[in-house]
Design a protein around this ligand. Structure first.
Ligand code: FPP
Length: 245
């Protein structure tokens, strides 16, 4: 049985408030290596998502965005798409309860108009049930494309007035503001962005790990955060001592 989550907010720590984005890659290969159908990899991937959400909450991550289904994933066989979407619906149902207990606010980003009505309903329920969560902000990207998100934001820009970076960011996230991605983590051995959070990741630190997503543990997230903390983030400026000189 799953362990109950902590209800209290995470302790203050060096990673508090960071935005971590994860491409959950490698489910299919994980299953194939075991002689299992691909969907078994997605089921194991959902278990990994639970582990990593708990870890993010414990480690004081502020925002966690998980790429669950890309707008290009519609190209997969209809059966696999249906199984992933059904899995997501079940995940949202159980996750919403866990999020309420943990004080996690759950949001789903991406297009909703192409999702099955039952999944849309579940998304709305999960978001409503967790709307007052003051701990981890968990965002799950479903039918999401970074380029499409930028196009949609561009269409809203005229109403915003002047074309500034801040104004554009508001168009990109018309509801609750979203901080830029600090750590972009991709397990599964591939080294690409795959159309995920393109604007928001302008200065993200990229961490790639070879382990397939279903095998990812809280230690992997902790190690990625340690790697992140060792980076010198200059945002186009100079290292701190040189900047002071
Ligand atoms: C990429 O692995 C994974 C997906 C396209 C689906 C991700 C879905 C889950 C992790 C399960 C549901 C998610 C949540 C949040 C419950 P792949 O199939 O491309 O793997 P491969 O590169 O090995 O083929």
């Amino acid at each position: 049985m799953r362990e109950p989550r902590r209800a209290e907010p995470p302790a203050a720590g060096p990673d508090r408030g960071l935005h971590v984005a994860i491409v959950m890659d490698g489910n299919g290969r994980w299953a194939q290596r075991r002689g299992l159908p691909r969907v078994a990899g997605h089921v194991a991937g959902a278990r990994a998502a639970r582990r990593v959400i708990d870890a993010a909450s414990d480690l004081g991550v502020g925002v966690l965005t998980l790429f669950a289904f890309s707008s290009d994933n519609w190209r997969r066989p209809r059966g696999e798409v249906a199984r992933i979407l059904a899995l997501l619906r079940r995940f949202l149902r159980t996750e919403a309860r866990a999020c309420v207990r943990a004080g996690t606010r759950l949001e789903v980003i991406g297009r909703r108009d192409r999702l099955p009505a039952t999944l849309r309903t579940q998304v709305e329920r999960a978001e409503a049930a967790t709307a007052t969560g003051a701990g981890l902000r968990l965002r799950i990207a479903v039918d999401y494309s970074g380029r499409d998100a930028i196009l949609a934001a561009a269409a809203r820009l005229p109403a915003e007035g002047a074309a500034t970076r801040e104004g554009f960011a508001r168009c990109l996230a018309p509801g609750l503001a979203v901080p830029d991605v600090d750590l972009f983590l991709r397990p599964g051995g591939e080294r690409r962005l795959s159309d995920f959070l393109l604007w928001e990741s302008a200065y993200a630190e990229l961490v790639f790990v070879d382990r397939l997503w279903p095998d990812v543990t809280r230690d992997d997230l902790a190690a990625a955060l340690a790697d992140f903390r060792a980076r010198d983030r200059r945002f186009g400026g100079l290292p701190a001592p040189a900047a002071r000189a």
